[in-house]
Design a binder for this molecule. Structure first.
Ligand code: UT7
Length: 323
């Protein structure tokens, strides 16, 4: 059977680092509060010349280099983002153009922090049914542009960045020993839409709006939703949870990550944590974390890797793949 195999990875971060100490000069907060409640120590913030498309392009180029491929080899681009450069056209076609591509198809995917999990799942479906052979799957965000910089309950949490994977069609046996995406589980429940949202949009206010979040409410649901879809993934492939090599979670809050790992009995040594360095970069957080752990040699060929996320909507989901 056809499997979508990871052929390359890459990432890009803005030039400017903003530490918690620097945040103290902007809003009524402290480094201690931010570290204790979230694990975040710093985040990267895009400059005027940096956008979701420019960061996404850099991440895509890095992933292509890592794969030993060129844009000519790609026939699908999916960009997971909630902070597109324009309302339309899609950031994906912007990146396609920046890469000098005139062939293939490119579109955006909007599932907020779960966007990358949705995008990998979608690319996998295209590849498995023969609609694409090689896909660039990109998570690219500039949440700094939709933050209310006077709201200390949200502005300290988020950062900007981008990450990308190249997925390629390959032959598998149909077993959990195959390399590539093994199973994916997507969920959403719109009854929670007002707990994490942006208070503007083209069809409602005609403005871009700012991020609003009932943090405690989101936190309350996070661990249960995340652990449910992780259990679903392992049940689907009939593997025990102990078989996991790396849990690469969405990076919102280290307490949510530790709570989920603890509930499932996954030791923290098997968990990739980058929230301390990047803050919450929404759809970019998983591919950024993958790039860190694959570059430093932690994630190796053949490892069983679980990606999971939960965020606005609510949306949540998991992808289990063999690297
Ligand atoms: O990526 C999408 C999914 N998003 C998430 O997963 C985020 C989920 N939520 C969270 O991570 C946490 O709820 C937060 C980090 C947002 C907040 O942590 P918390 O432990 O739930 O704190 P809280 O909201 O209950 O606030 C505790 C106190 C409040 O003061 P009072 O009302 O107890 O007097 C806040 O006003 O902390 C105060 N506070 C702050 N203090 C210093 C809120 N923000 C700050 C701040 N600095 N930046």
């Amino acid at each position: 059977m056809i499997r979508s195999i990871v052929r390359g990875f890459g990432s890009a971060l803005p030039k400017r680092v903003v530490t918690n100490r620097e945040m103290e000069s902007m809003v009524d907060t402290t480094d201690e509060w931010i570290v204790q409640r979230t694990g975040i120590r710093q985040r990267y913030i895009a400059g005027e010349d940096e956008t979701s498309a420019s960061l996404g392009e850099s991440a895509a180029r890095a992933a292509l280099d890592n794969a030993g491929l060129t844009p000519d080899d790609i026939d699908l681009i999916i960009v997971a983002t909630s902070t597109p450069d324009n309302t339309f056209p899609a950031t994906a076609v912007n990146i396609q153009n920046r890469l000098g591509m005139k062939h293939g198809a490119a579109f955006d995917m909007q599932a907020v922090c779960t966007g990358f999990v949705y995008a990998v799942t979608t690319a996998d479906a295209y590849i498995r049914c023969g609609l694409a052979r090689r896909a660039l799957v990109i998570g690219a965000e500039t949440f700094s542009r939709i933050l209310d910089w006077n709201d200390r309950t949200t502005c300290v949490l988020f950062g900007d960045g981008a990450g990308a994977l190249v997925l390629e069609a390959g032959e598998g046996e149909g077993t959990s020993d195959d390399r590539g995406v093994l199973t994916a589980h997507l969920r959403s429940d719109g009854s929670h839409k007002d707990k994490l949202y942006v208070d503007g949009g083209p069809s409602s206010t005609g403005t871009v709006g700012h991020l609003r979040m009932e943090g405690r409410e989101v936190f309350k649901h996070a661990v249960g939703m995340i652990t449910d879809v992780i259990v679903d993934a392992f049940e689907a492939v009939k593997l025990p949870l102990e078989a996991i090599d790396w849990l690469v979670p969405h990076q919102a809050n280290v307490r949510i990550i530790e709570g989920s790992a603890k509930k499932l009995g996954i030791p923290m040594e098997k968990v990739v944590v980058t929230v301390d360095q990047h803050g919450n970069t929404s759809a970019a957080s998983i591919p950024l974390a993958l790039a860190v752990a694959a570059s430093d040699g932690r994630i190796k060929k053949g490892d069983l890797v679980l990606l999971e996320a939960m965020g606005g909507g609510f949306t949540w989901g998991s992808v289990l793949l063999r690297w």
